[in-house]
Design a protein around this ligand. Structure first.
Ligand code: HEC
Length: 126
């Protein structure tokens, strides 16, 4: 009986512990996505659109064809984080038919900002 009680106690402590662990990771992740969304609206949405679908207000004026950033998972064979990092650093390969590269950001964006934007983009993939 006492052993059973001990086992139940250990089990409860473990579940509590793990539960808390997951909860905090989840919250951090959510926080990163939220911040990424704020950065995205400030730095990227003018071209890529608020919904990241490539239909921002500058598209017409600049005759640009910004990529649909909700489809990064389906297009290309490198991971999303690398796609974003390459694009903001201006070292990515232009898609077929595309003449103008997007502006280079890497000098102006902190790594944490790029990370948060990446988390946001990962969260909205189709
Ligand atoms: C001035 C307009 C403009 C802004 C602002 C802009 N982009 Fe772009 N982006 C483009 C255009 C045009 C393309 C397609 C041509 C190219 O790939 O360079 C593109 C392509 C991309 C791609 C696809 C690259 C690939 O691998 O196919 C990613 C990822 C991307 N942008 C991320 C971002 C992020 C993140 C931001 C904000 C930090 C941003 N862009 C801001 C115009 C812009």
């Amino acid at each position: 009986m006492r052993l059973k009680m001990k086992l139940i106690l250990i089990f409860m402590v473990l579940v509590g512990f793990l539960g808390e662990g997951y909860a905090s990771v989840y919250t951090d992740q959510n926080e990163a996505v939220k911040k990424g969304w704020q950065h995205f609206k400030m730095f990227c949405a003018n071209c890529h659109g608020k919904n990241a679908d490539g239909k921002g207000p500058l598209v017409e004026a600049m005759k640009l064809m910004p990529s649909d950033l909700t489809a990064l998972r389906q297009t290309g064979d490198i991971c999303i984080a690398e796609r974003v990092l390459r694009a903001v650093s201006g070292v990515h390969v232009l898609p077929e038919g595309q003449e103008q590269k997007m502006p280079v950001f890497s000098g102006n964006l902190e790594s944490i900002t790029i990370y948060e934007i990446t988390q946001f983009l990962k969260a909205i993939q189709k």
